[in-house]
Design a protein around this ligand. Sequence first.
Ligand code: DGT
Ligand code: CA
Ligand code: CA
Ligand code: ZN
Length: 610
Amino acid sequence: MTKNEIADALAEIGTLLELKGENPFKVRAYQAGARVLEAIEEAELARLIAADELESVKGIGEARAQKIGELHATGQLGFLETLRASVAPGLVEMLDVPGLGPKKIRALHDKLGLADLAALASACRDGRVAALDGFGEKTQEKILAGIAHREAYGKRHLWWLASEIAQPIVEGLRALPGVIHAEAAGSLRRGMETVGDLDFVVAATDVTSVVAWFTTMPRVQEVTAQGETKASVRFESGLQADLRIVPEEQFVFALHHFTGSKDHNVQMRQRALARGLRLSEWGLVAADSRDPDGGGRMADGGPEPAKAAKPATVKAAVAQTAAEDRVVVRTETELFQKLGLHFIPPELREGQGEIEEAEKGELPRLVVLGDLRGAFHNHTTASDGRNTLVEMVAAAEALGWEYLGIADHSKASVQANGLTEERLLAQVEEIRKLNASQRFKTHVFTGTECDILADGRLDFSSEILGQLDCVVVSVHNAFSQDEATMTARIIRAIEQPHVTMLGHLTGRLLLRRESYRVDAAKVIDAAIAHGVIIELNASPWRLDMDWRLWRKAAGKGLRCSINPDAHETAGLRHVAAGINAARKGWLVKENILNTQTKAQVAKYLADRQA
Ligand code: DGT
Ligand code: CA
Ligand code: CA
Ligand code: ZN
């Protein structure tokens, strides 16, 4: 196990002990141990363990040193497994409700006997929760709303996590004998921030073995549907996956159809019809063909089916269509060409004008991951990050980045160990020395993620901010302000000198926490007017500002920066999720600060500061 995984395990032990109502000193010792561990470098941890010196590190102690050693060596810990088994799963689920920590959950359990979400919801509706010491009406309302959101959230899955599951499945399918092509389609391929289910499209000669493999994959909990050429499964995590197998000549049509979106598909069919063609998941045929399917059967307002009787199977349908009626295409590019269109990247297939632009040949050349030369808004162990400055820079160098922008929290973010002016200036000095040492090829830009205080003032003075390369300003508290107050607050922050960019515009955490209320259009206009960048926070849990707002905003002149908001080295890779969102927002390289060279960025930042 890596250092951060071990820290997670210690923190989990702390949480579970707290849920069990154990001695608070013991609980705190595990929480503190997790934090101490985070501040140690990976290599140093290995050395301490090898030298048997871990227990002498302040804040770790003998009992935890032994557990850390076991996790480090084996990746497992009997103590943690026993502990997990001893806590009611319903109590652990309550941790997902915003505003409920272990202490509150313990109180709900001890005083009201609540052990799961259903019981908690009903106690809220009866007003029993509000009557408890330390809860009240407002908290009760918040808990109820949290439970309702959790149900809705449970139906969808984060793109990043779904993609991690889909990748090996695609590879597994491709490796099967008789499989010619295999792709993940659906919202995953379109790069949506969350996905409802996975959709796999396969061209194969031997359908039986593909269905058999798919329905017996690891972690499949239930096979919810199974036919000759299709199957659906549900994994233990609740995520579901659909499989379609088609003959090779239909693959492109099936891939296009199951990639969607539905709106895009409807418009494509209408376009085909206007050209005397019928497009469906099975193929593209002349509209007057006797092909019985040809796109007519969808329940979405497509054309009426042709007169011939519907054949019983796909194979029969294909056979019945006269060969000369079928348009042959081997790639999606060819499919679009047949309808007089340039290729439309999957991310743009949302039915929002992409077909019109593809007809004119005016689709943008969307930004790609390889365009990024560095990234801003990254945390270190100085605030709430889990890797040191040096570890973060080494990781950026390994990614081939020319530069890395550091932005630790400011002092008002007490919960995130925000930096005081003194600590910030010491970090600036440390970064200058690191740059001067030329230890890494990656240049480090100094900076801060400065809190926007409740009234719109900034947590640091202009005098301090003026000494930094890059200033990110973000809202981290007073989330419940009304829309007008929040909007004015953010605009006031944007108007102050030395601000380079606005962090996570809405504060949303996908499938976890709703946005605060803010008038995005007004903030965008203010940012443009003051030459302030708005970040596209690339954390897969945020993807904030939302892709739906970027096309129009960039058209008006707003600049973007794709920021990983990394709290550990692995988080730097999240820029890939940001690239997805940027592509969905029709952004090109030129819209994005961190596609520029180090020299260009350095000049831009210096000019801003001046
Ligand atoms: P999701 O799973 O909710 O995140 O979103 P999708 O887009 O993956 O939707 P899904 O899995 O229901 O279906 C995959 C694609 O199949 C969808 O994007 C378009 C196509 N499709 C499904 N049902 C229909 C339909 O009734 N009409 C049309 N035109 N296309 C459909
Ligand atoms: Ca889907
Ligand atoms: Ca599906
Ligand atoms: Zn932040």
